[in-house]
Write a protein that binds this ligand. Sequence first.
Ligand SMILES: Cc1cc2nc3c(=O)[nH]c(=O)nc-3n(C[C@H](O)[C@H](O)[C@H](O)COP(=O)(O)OP(=O)(O)OC[C@H]3O[C@@H](n4cnc5c(N)ncnc54)[C@H](O)[C@@H]3O)c2cc1C
Length: 343
Amino acid sequence: MRDMANSITIKRDYSLREHNTFGLDVKAKQFINYNTIDELVEVLASLKGKEQRILHIGGGSNLLFTQDFEGTILHSGIKFIEYVSREDHEVVIRVGAGVKWDDLCAEMARCNYYGCENLSYIPGEVGASAIQNIGAYGVEVESIIQQVETIEASTGKPRVFHHTECGYGYRDSIFKHRLQGQYIVTAVVYRLSPIPIVHLDYGQLQQLRSHAGTPTAQEIRDAVIAIRQSKLPEPDELGSAGSFFKNPVVPAKVFRQIATTYGDVPHYVISEDEIKIPAAWLIDQCGWKGKSHGGAAVYEKQPLILVNKDHATPTDIIKLATLIEQSVLEKFNIHLSPEVNYI
Ligand SMILES: Cc1cc2nc3c(=O)[nH]c(=O)nc-3n(C[C@H](O)[C@H](O)[C@H](O)COP(=O)(O)OP(=O)(O)OC[C@H]3O[C@@H](n4cnc5c(N)ncnc54)[C@H](O)[C@@H]3O)c2cc1C
């Protein structure tokens, strides 16, 4: 790189323990943090032609490092929240990829702008929200994404993806498949609503319906945080990557067979032919709740979450996940696929 007068930081043989919420003590050969788009372009130019893997991470809350990373990890420190327009019916904001997702949710709730309050308290950063299509309590972030600003990793050139080009699906986007690793998100443009648009269909959030008047974005955010704190492990206290597996979607015929044997099976009807079954229920039926393998365990309050209970190694977590997959396959003939990114 030309000179180090900028704010790029480079670390070598660097522990990623603080950069993955599983808390795994794996190392990266090189770790680079940049703070502006110009710095990112400079970093990419310096890495060009070198035969090594490059991985861009956010807060590491959906990653499972399976071993030391023999390449360069990039991390964005681009942090800003900018108002593009503020009108009576909509508010458009542009947010730097390195902003903590929940800091954005807190700010929007403070202003009483609706759109991301149900997604409060999800760990991670703004850049990854657009890659992952994060979702919770009946809302997916794609519903408020207008466009995603990126830099092409191979050329350093900017490209803006409109929402319709992002191929969003359940925890999915084009950036996870066809364009995987090809574009680095630098900012995301979201559209929020100053007029209340609320989603209170999910379980305990329904209580807010009896609220006198429409709840504020802050009230919904507070309720979501309370529910999450009662159910999910705090990454600082117990390492995890949230839901380890996706909820499988099965043919209606398979669902009916399972329901005949097990009676009241929780489910969500996708269409006449397809039913989504909670992976947590399948795992629980296989008797995994609270069970462990080495230092890895199935979280007692929510069997969809694998936790680093006691100095787990990547192998402990991989083995536990494999055993769970096998038993769900044997018992229900359903393949679970991981929601976490294996690296
Ligand atoms: C306790 C807990 C609860 C969770 N609850 C939820 C939940 O309710 N709903 C939900 O959807 N998820 C949930 N998650 C998962 C996780 O928080 C999300 O997937 C989040 O979006 C990951 O953000 P991150 O910044 O940590 O990204 P990382 O895990 O670091 O990366 C995720 C992916 O994004 C890519 N990426 C990251 N930043 C960029 C960038 N700037 N440009 C290009 N690619 C990038 C990475 O390469 C990787 O493929 C939870 C996780 C935990 C630990």
